[in-house]
Design a protein around this ligand. Structure first.
Ligand SMILES: [Zn+2]
Length: 257
């Protein structure tokens, strides 16, 4: 495939999948079907016509408002679409037409859904992570992205690592620092990335979360007792690993050796 055409194609695939993720993020926590009925305006309930449901473009043309009742539609909808589009294009750019691109695209879809639900509800849902763990384990082995040993070890290091942090946190601070949802999410990362990727992603996630918390406290947007969702940091760190992890590990080893 022509390289530029491939990037554009993957970007558009991503936009379409992103549009579907908006439906998932909105409906899964409410226990609604993600297939039926078609999307409707959250205010007036008017079903959205296909012509008004084109990713990003419709939002721009309608000025971010419902065609009928003119209620403002959140900027999050086009943002999720663009994010998924950029992710898919980036994966094609990095891995080409390969098993990695397929498997990591699916990981990306799971992570974007989990992150935005976590931001909205401070919850990481079993009905996303548990099928995610199963899907990741089957796909990575079937498409030879990882050996089954790496899948098992990744699962143990991800889930076990965060379980350890959770137990340590509750002993030291006498409050729940890490939820069961975070532990299952880390196990899910584990089956997709194996040992090295999981260790990298969790360490980087803690690092970014610490920086973010320090920043939020400095700006007095948060205090020591604020609950900050950890899911988005794990997702962000995983994306950093997928795109730049190998180079960063290489630089780091050169620096210390
Ligand atoms: Zn409306």
């Amino acid at each position: 495939m022509n390289f530029t055409a491939g990037i554009i194609l993957f970007f558009f695939f991503g936009l379409i999948f992103g549009s579907f993720l908006n439906v998932c993020i909105y409906r899964i926590p409410k226990g609604e079907s993600i297939i039926w009925p078609v999307s409707h305006c959250p205010k007036c309930g008017t079903p959205i016509k296909p012509i008004d449901n084109i990713p990003v473009l419709s939002y721009a043309l309608l000025g971010g408002k419902c065609r009928f009742c003119k209620t403002r539609i959140s900027f999050r909808y086009p943002l999720v679409e663009l994010l998924t589009g950029v992710l898919f294009a980036g994966l094609f750019l990095k891995f080409g037409l390969s098993s990695e691109t397929l498997v990591f695209s699916i990981l990306g879809l799971l992570l974007i859904t989990i992150s935005f639900i976590d931001i909205d509800y401070r919850l990481i849902l079993n009905k996303v992570t548990l099928p995610g763990i199963l899907l990741g384990a089957v796909l990575t082995v079937a498409f030879r992205v990882l050996s089954y040993k790496q899948v098992l070890l990744g699962f143990a290091i991800g889930g076990g690592g965060l379980l350890f942090v959770a137990v340590l946190g509750s002993l030291l601070f006498r409050k729940e620092s890490m939820g069961m949802g975070d532990i299952k999410l880390a196990a899910m990362i584990g089956v997709f990335l194996g040992v090295k990727g999981t260790a990298f992603s969790l360490l980087v996630a803690f690092f970014i979360a610490a920086l973010f918390s320090a920043g939020a406290m400095a700006l007095e947007k948060a205090d020591r007792h604020s609950q900050i969702p950890f899911g988005p940091f794990i997702a962000l760190a995983t994306f950093v690993y997928l795109f730049w992890g190998e180079q960063m590990i290489h630089w780091y080893l050169q620096l210390i050796l």
